[in-house]
Design a protein around this ligand. Structure first.
Ligand code: GDP
Ligand code: FO1
Length: 302
């Protein structure tokens, strides 16, 4: 089994390539939940859902959120009748949020609730939230304190970010399922996801760094030529006190990573890093990168 640490865009692109090369049931994905929120009374978990929809064959691989071909009847009616919903929630996507909210209200752990829904959608990969207790990434900006979703979706990432804060009712700890998925993995791949808002929340869960220390860990940089492919990684890295580059990402992950993969186009060589074409502009490009990464896994993990 190979275990991935994932957000909701860059790593899912890599997983899409992996799916052509290894069976879904041989993959486990530990997913960031620090962007989760209750929206219109239901439980939004954007990164978990994107990964789940990918494995269910439902993902929108244009936007990398929501369900391909979804309708927005409820969202449009809500807005027309004076409601507020900054995120455009699709009708079928909302059904998942309703199911998850119901299961959580009945007392299920998030891991169990997501497991139930993933099975109903026919997912064979092991899909694991990083923790069962809530975590929120908040940004202190020139518009005040904003939840990640308010900053990125409502304000289009324009406020100046001064500081990044993680808020939780209790410090998050890795679930037993997450620890098992890491400990039993042939290798762990930290995908090319946002180091601050997607990967760091997973690494901050108690138990994760220790478990990673015992495995062969490969990390893929989300920066290409010193720019993120999409999203707010550059601004968030600066606010986190890190250089918004592959080097900054490698420095952030430090000793947790055994092999760092950076893009061929990067201007600066990260010491010891392997250079690959990491731009996954489509399915075949993602499959090519996945194939190269599998060669690294098979070559070095024994
Ligand atoms: P989020 O949850 O939607 O923020 O998604 P992730 O954190 O999983 O992914 C966002 C990161 O993916 C951004 O920092 C992008 O630079 C990176 N990314 C997106 N597409 C690619 C790609 O094709 N190659 C690489 N190397 N990184 C990518
Ligand atoms: N991102 C947007 O930029 N606009 C949207 O209207 C939007 C809706 C949305 C609905 C469900 C969902 O799971 C994600 C959605 N996203 C939307 C993605 C947004 O939540 C962020 O890009 C992710 O949180 C980043 O991981």
């Amino acid at each position: 089994m190979i275990t991935f640490l994932s957000g909701g865009t860059g790593t899912p692109k890599l997983l899409r390539g992996m799916r052509s090369l290894i069976p879904d049931r041989e993959m486990a994905v530990v997913v960031n939940t620090a962007e989760d929120a209750w929206v219109s009374g239901n439980h939004l978990s954007p990164d978990l859902d994107t990964v789940m929809y990918l494995f269910a064959g439902l993902a929108d691989t244009g936007t990398w959120w929501g369900i391909a071909g979804d309708t927005f009847t409820t969202h449009d009616a809500l807005l027309a009748w004076g409601g507020e919903e900054p995120l455009k929630i699709g009708d079928r996507d909302r059904a998942v949020h309703i199911l998850r909210g119901e299961l959580l209200r009945k007392g299920m752990r998030l891991t169990e609730a997501q497991g139930v829904i993933a099975r109903r959608l026919g997912v064979e990969a092991t899909l694991l939230p990083m923790a069962d207790t809530p975590v929120a990434t908040l940004l202190d900006t020139d518009l005040g304190l904003l939840h990640f979703q308010e900053y990125w979706v409502k304000h289009r990432g324009s406020p100046r970010v001064k500081e990044i804060l993680r808020r939780f009712p209790e410090p998050p700890k890795a679930t037993p399922e997450v620890l098992r998925a890491i400990r039993e993995a042939e290798a762990v791949i930290i995908g090319p996801s946002n180091p601050v808002s997607s990967i760091s929340p997973v690494l901050e869960c108690a138990g994760v760094p220790g478990a990673l220390g015992e495995r062969f860990v490969i990390a893929v940089s989300p920066f290409i030529g010193d720019r993120p492919v999409s999203g707010p990684a550059a601004d968030l890295m600066r606010a986190w006190g890190r250089e918004p580059t592959s080097q900054g990402t490698a420095d952030l992950y430090g000793d947790l990573v055994d092999l760092f993969v950076q893009d061929l186009r990067d201007p600066v060589q990260v010491k010891g890093a392997v250079r690959l074409d990491t731009l996954m502009r489509d399915g075949p490009a993602a499959e090519a990168l996945a194939g190269e990464i599998l060669k690294l896994v098979r070559g070095k993990s024994s």
